[in-house]
Design a protein around this ligand. Structure first.
Ligand code: ADP
Ligand code: ZN
Length: 209
């Protein structure tokens, strides 16, 4: 299966994408995670991307399209994949079409802006890619990762002013993709719930798995 998760920053795409990835045995590919890793290790792409992510702007299309093209060529994508955070613009979606990718379903997780702001303020992340929330999805001791034991941190782009500009970018630039995929007849909407497992139930239902 080839699946795209759409949704505002903090809507819970990453969390649901991980769950579906394990269930279907296909990789979940997060452009945000790939970019953060590149920034951390200081690659050329990472150094270019940093100024965009820190202000809440999108990284230029050609950079992200290059990342995805390279990643989808890896053998683990042969039986399908989940894209979390790509495409985020219409030109990115057109590039995916041009690569010959035939999508099965595009799932949009809908959450109100006010709920997003509350969620981002409680988000805690781990180097290993795991993500938690102080209130809705705390790790066992609240400060360390359940998967690898490392201390949890707050993402720089989860600062309130940055969250506001990310939401603006989402509504102006990414939300039009819902129309793009609705026109292809593959868009499904899931209302994001307060509890992760409730959203998972709706997600699995929408995917028919
Ligand atoms: P979230 O979904 O919480 O906004 P991500 O982890 O998906 O965050 O992405 C973090 C940042 O990485 C984005 O704010 C953006 O700057 C950059 N980024 C990720 N994916 C893309 C993309 N497809 N196009 C452009 N920039 C991207
Ligand atoms: Zn971890």
């Amino acid at each position: 299966m080839k699946i795209i998760f759409l949704g505002a920053p903090g809507a819970g795409k990453g969390t649901q994408a991980e769950i579906v990835s394990e269930r279907l045995g296909i990789p979940s590919i997060s452009t945000g995670a790939i970019i953060r890793e590149a920034i951390k290790t200081g690659t050329e792409m990472g150094m270019k991307a940093r100024k965009y992510t820190e202000s809440g702007a999108l990284v230029p299309d050609e950079v992200v399209i290059g990342i995805i093209q390279e990643r989808l060529a890896k053998p683990d994508c042969k039986n399908g994949f989940i894209l979390d955070g790509f495409p985020r613009t219409v030109p990115q979606a057109e590039a995916l079409d041009a690569m010959g990718v035939k999508l099965d379903v595009v799932l949009s997780i809908e959450v109100s802006d006010s709920a997003i702001v509350e969620r981002m303020s409680g988000r805690r992340v781990c180097e290993c890619g795991a993500s938690y929330h102080t209130k809705y999805n705390p790790s066992k001791d609240g400060v360390h990762c359940d998967k690898c034991g490392k201390p949890l941190t707050i993402r720089r782009d989860d600062a309130p002013e940055v969250v506001e500009s990310r939401l603006k970018v989402y509504h102006e630039t990414t939300e039009p993709l819902k129309e793009f995929y609705a026109a292809k007849g593959i868009l499904k909407i899931v209302e994001g719930q307060e509890r992760v497992e409730d959203t998972t139930a709706l997600t699995l239902g929408a995917l028919g798995i």
